[in-house]
Unconditional design. Structure first.
Length: 326
């Protein structure tokens, strides 16, 4: 019996690939850089399944070129705004993704960004290496207090709630904004649901945990930064386009806010000549919030399971559009 064909658009953990090979003929893209649009479309012709990343645009054109035999799309990410879910559902193609398994690692790293940006860890590190640290001085490298401060969490989903849990260890007052009030979670932690303007006005730290959609693109721009404290720090471990980067640059440069910590940018990677990179109060890292060995292994295995299930007629473990799943 002929095995179904799949295209995997990047190297994932080897054990996950080996599991896929047990049921499918695998075409693996091994380059560190994503395949070009042309290569993606060419290599996906006639495949029964694809395991893709956020960097791969999976739209109606892709699905048409892949062919009517395409049974499953499996993404190794919690986000999926690169996939046209409506077109997939129209064709009866279930779309898998990898939520839950990266929640703790992402929340850990968001708090790492918060502490690092607040306490000027990167400027201090640079000063220790480039010779600009000459002596201890009572007015040098002054950051922001974390213990007892107020954190405003924008988006109270899985990761937002884990961020709130970590904040309790520093006796922080927790405010949150979400389009839906989460009274169930309020019963577990002492936190208060407020409007976004109130959150921005009162918070010492603002941590973003929303998904990217038309209503959240540039959710944070000049108006929002002007409502924040001059001493406040903003953290983004969600999606880059949620923040208007040029507005953030102006707010940081003009000291409207104190600092920023970004795990995600728009675009990714951020261009080397972007003005944000000229600021010592903007900490930027290359989208690594979920980058632990165990988390990325779990993501690989879950993405592989979703792919295999879709190929073999079993319901996906985690499906974006379950109405078309088996």
């Amino acid at each position: 019996m002929t095995k179904p064909k799949v295209f995997i658009t990047r190297n994932i953990f080897p054990e996950a690939i080996e599991e896929i090979k047990k049921v499918a003929e695998v075409d693996l893209w091994t380059d560190d850089m994503p395949p070009s649009r042309e290569i993606l479309l060419e290599r996906s012709k006639g495949v029964d399944g694809i395991l893709c990343l956020l960097t791969d645009r999976i739209d109606g054109e892709f699905m048409d070129i892949a062919g009517p035999q395409l049974k499953v799309i499996s993404q190794i990410a919690v986000g999926y705004n690169n996939i046209d879910i409506e077109q997939a559902s129209k064709r009866g193609i279930p779309v898998g993704y990898t939520p839950d398994v990266l929640t703790h690692a992402t929340a850990d790293f968001a708090f790492t960004l918060l502490m690092s940006a607040a306490r000027l860890v990167i400027p201090g590190h640079i000063a220790s290496h480039d010779g600009s640290w000459k002596t201890w001085h009572p007015l040098h490298f002054l950051g922001q207090d974390i213990y007892g401060a107020t954190i405003g969490i924008v988006g109270m989903g899985r990761i937002g709630f884990e961020m709130a849990k970590r904040s309790t260890g520093f006796d922080m007052e927790i405010l949150y904004y979400d389009v839906n009030r989460r009274e169930d979670l309020e019963q577990k932690l002492k936190m208060k649901h407020v409007g976004l303007d109130e959150l921005l006005d009162q918070s010492d730290f603002v941590s973003i945990h929303v998904d990217l959609n038309p209503s959240t693109k540039h959710m944070f721009s000049s108006d929002q930064f002007r409502k924040m404290k001059n001493s406040s720090v903003i953290i983004n471990a969600a999606r880059g386009p949620v923040i208007d980067h040029m507005a953030l640059y102006s707010a940081l440069k003009d000291k409207e806010i104190a600092a920023a910590g970004l795990d995600v940018t728009d675009p990714e990677p951020i261009p080397n000549d972007h003005p944000l990179l000229t600021l010592d109060n903007c900490l930027i890292v290359p989208h690594i919030a979920s980058a632990t060995v165990e988390t990325r292994r779990a993501m690989s295995n879950l993405a592989a399971t979703n792919l295999i299930n879709g190929l073999t007629g079993v319901s996906l473990s985690t499906c974006v559009n379950p109405e078309v799943d088996n």
